[in-house]
Design a protein around this ligand. Structure first.
Ligand code: ADP
Length: 432
């Protein structure tokens, strides 16, 4: 917005300066005869007064009269000149020979030189010298003040637009973050009231559609879980009744049903996290304890797979206010992924930045994530098409859920390359 204001102001100032330079000359050029006639009329009186002073004295005393008038008219210059040495233009000479006075114009159509004939040989010339420095400075001061007044006027005009556009921008940003009830609240009387109205209508429609989608997803997930649980239960009960040869097949079927149930559960979590307005918990927790409890859940698997894991934390890490359930959920997903994709090493780093934000890094020494895929892996159901992934058995929802859990608290979740060789996921939560 500031850029817009500066550009508009520069445009106005350049136009104003250009107009000051060009327009007066163009107008004086176009109406030259009228300006000349006006100046001749204006200077007739003063010229005849000067000429009369010379006529009162004999020609021999004209130099003395010239000195006397020059002193009286100072800073205007009065000069007695021979017609031959007065550097006259042809038209001027003709006028003087006919006993008429002559005017030369300067900028803005004002006269600068006036000449009048005394006889066939002598002319008297009155010249107004250029303005002194202080007067020049004052004239430019007027121009600068006009420029400042223009800026003031522009600011007065732009300010309400600025405020409303900022409001519109903030509303768009919040809507993007999932705060679907956000509206511009810009008065219809505002100059962008109509635009804001259309924007709010669009937001209403968006909110309605998102709510419908969520309700549909919730309903479908709930409706699916009940028959799935019955199916699981029924299959387990069948175990003893089927011949031993079919038991392996039955167990596979139970596995598929449970996988489906897990997917429905994940979908439900994802759908619930979509509701950004839902009140987040704000609890002061020890980050180290939170990470320890998450890693505790994986201790057995870490040991059995002989993964070397380490937690690195700043000394005397203060407690931090966050939603423990959502944060633990995100860290859990990251640690689970790191375990799946690492070769031997897993590192969790904890730090509190100078600006008060808290950072949790989960790194591994695995295959990593190619730079062009680093944004896409956060999309739901997105899995990298790599042979190793197939054996890992996820649904591609883990990172989407983690990102929502963190963004719902106003934080960010991103991925880069780790110095260990694999991926480095970084959770950054702002101070409360
Ligand atoms: P999934 O549950 O299938 O693992 P995620 O959303 O957790 O789904 O991850 C999406 C994809 O991101 C995975 O399929 C995997 O290819 C990639 N990925 C996630 N974490 C890592 C990691 N630590 N190292 C390498 N690839 C990873």
């Amino acid at each position: 917005m500031l850029k817009f204001l500066v550009r508009l102001y520069l445009l106005i100032i350049v136009t104003y300066a250009g107009a000051l330079l060009l327009i007066p000359d163009a107008i004086v050029g176009a109406f030259h005869d009228r300006f000349m006639a006006y100046n001749l009329d204006q200077t007739r009186g003063i010229q005849s007064l000067i000429v009369r002073q010379f006529e009162k004295a004999p020609p021999a005393q004209w130099p003395a009269v010239e000195r006397e008038l020059a002193a009286a008219f100072d800073p205007l210059q009065v000069q007695l000149l021979r017609m031959d040495s007065a550097h006259l233009k042809p038209g001027e000479r003709a006028r003087l020979e006919h006993g008429q006075h002559v005017v030369r114009m300067a900028d803005w159509g004002y006269y600068q030189v006036i000449m009048a004939p005394l006889d066939k040989t002598w002319v008297v010339r009155l010249t107004s010298p250029p303005d002194p420095l202080d007067i020049n400075v004052l004239s430019w001061g007027v121009t600068v003040l006009i420029g400042a007044a223009l800026l003031g006027c522009l600011l007065l005009w732009v300010w309400p637009h600025w405020r409303d556009l900022e409001r519109l921008k903030e509303t768009a940003r919040r809507l993007g973050r999932g705060e679907m009830s956000e509206r511009t609240q810009i008065s219809p009387r505002s100059n962008i009231g109509e635009l804001a109205g259309v924007f709010d209508t669009m937001a209403d429609e968006l909110e309605r559609q998102v709510r419908q989608q969520r309700e549909l997803l919730d309903a479908v997930s709930h409706e699916l879980r009940t028959p799935l649980t019955r199916l699981d239960f029924g299959l387990v009960l069948l175990f003893d009744e089927v011949p031993p040869a079919s038991r392996k097949r039955l167990l596979e079927l139970v596995g598929h049903v449970r996988e489906l149930d897990e997917l429905v559960l994940e979908l439900l979590s994802y759908s619930r996290l979509q509701n950004a307005e839902q009140v987040r918990e704000r609890v002061e927790v020890s980050l180290l304890e939170l990470v320890d409890s998450v890693l505790g859940g994986f201790a057995e698997e870490l040991d059995s797979r002989e993964i070397q894991w380490e937690v690195r934390a700043d000394d005397a890490l203060p407690r931090f206010v966050l939603d423990p359930r959502l944060t633990a959920r995100a860290v859990q997903n990251l640690v689970r992924n790191a375990m799946r994709y690492c070769d031997r090493r897993l590192l969790v780093g904890l730090a509190l930045e100078d600006d008060g934000s808290c950072v949790v890094r989960v790194e591994d020494d695995g295959i990593g994530i190619p730079p062009e895929e680093r944004e896409r892996i956060f999309q739901p159901f997105y899995r990298l098409d790599r042979s190793r992934d197939r054996s890992t058995g996820g649904f591609g929802l883990g990172l989407a859920i983690s990102r929502r859990a963190i963004e719902g608290q106003g934080g960010t979740l991103s991925v880069t390359q780790s110095t260990l060789g694999g991926a480095r996921f970084e959770i950054r939560l702002p101070p409360r």
